[in-house]
Design a protein around this ligand. Structure first.
Ligand code: NAD
Length: 284
């Protein structure tokens, strides 16, 4: 792999090995094993794959599996009831409600029912508020994965100019907040940003979380900048990111590929969050 390509698969493997050691330490010290409740509603094929993958990696590191499945016809009250049961269950350290939920259900309302102490996706309004205030709490997994990649590759954030393209609650907003807390100067860009290439080309670190295949070309990139591509877009050419990888990789100092960049970090960070949640709950 060329020197300037960030290997997300290797980084995720390192995180999983660290989490596996943390799980065994927690079990030997407290006789309590962290547990993850994945909640899948309906039969969306992509969601089924994501949940299967999250359960597999969590079992591999020794986290107990408390998976729950509901039919596509489940009512809001039924799903809420399952979340409440998981909130009450001491064996469940973390709860993940796979989104999107089927039409007719209020996904945001269901997510906000998850107890903040068990919100291992970091997506409840309480977790988002704690992140905003830089108070302790669980952070969203993809932004945590991005921070880990930047730190483990020695990318300096103190005072750095960072452009984040995309302002979703899942990625753009929380990663911008985490970076501000690390003393970066963050510019949030979105679909109505004037002169997006010009803003991006000033950045030491450019993070693309847009969902538009190959939007970011070399003219968006300052020579030597670090480029983090969060996008996962299915095209006729297969899976591509939001960054036009070939030409941008010739200009960037460091760059994540798609696939094999940010993608593998998201489930790895879910595992780390689950162990963190368990530790806080056990310390009670
Ligand atoms: P979203 O659709 O919720 O948000 C997209 C954002 O991009 C919006 O804020 C919008 O303003 C902005 N945007 C749209 N078109 C734009 C344009 N032409 N110029 C500038 N900004 C524009 O997306 P999301 O949930 O944050 O996901 C973004 C991408 O990241 C998707 O491809 C998704 O599949 C991927 N994703 C990957 C991971 C991972 O683990 N690697 C995790 C989550 C999302």
């Amino acid at each position: 792999m060329p020197a300037n390509i960030i290997d997300g698969r290797a980084a995720a493997q390192r995180v999983r090995a660290e989490v596996a050691r943390d799980v065994e330490r927690l079990v030997s010290e407290t006789a309590r094993r962290p547990g993850l409740a994945t909640i899948l509603v309906g039969d969306d094929p992509a969601s089924e794959i994501y949940v299967r993958n999250k359960r597999r990696v969590s079992q591999e590191v020794g986290i107990a599996d408390h998976h729950r499945e509901l039919s596509a016809h489940a009512t809001q009250a039924e799903v809420a009831g399952v979340i409440d049961e998981c909130n009450e269950d001491d064996a469940v350290s973390g709860i993940l409600l796979q989104l999107p939920v089927p039409e007719g259900l209020d996904g945001a309302g269901l997510t906000s029912r998850i107890a903040p102490a068990k919100d291992v996706d970091g997506l409840t309004p309480v977790s988002a508020g704690r992140l905003l205030q830089n108070a302790s709490g669980l952070r969203p997994c993809t932004p945590l994965g991005i921070l880990d990649l930047l730190d483990s590759h020695g990318v300096s954030l103190e005072g750095a100019d960072v452009a984040v393209v995309g302002r979703s609650n899942l990625v753009g907003r929380p990663v911008a907040m985490l970076l501000q807390h690390r003393n970066a100067t963050v510019t949030m860009c979105h679909s109505r940003t004037r002169d997006l290439p010009g803003v991006c080309a000033r950045a030491d670190v450019l993070i693309a979380a847009v969902g538009v295949p190959r939007l970011i070309g070399p003219e968006y990139v300052k020579p030597g900048a670090t480029v983090i591509d969060v996008g996962i877009n299915r095209t006729e050419d297969g899976l591509v990111g939001d960054v036009d990888f070939e030409p941008v990789s010739e200009r960037a100092g460091l760059i994540t590929p798609v696939p094999g960049g940010v993608g593998p970090m998201t489930p790895a960070m879910l595992l780390r969050n689950t162990v963190q949640a368990a530790r806080v709950q056990i310390a009670g």
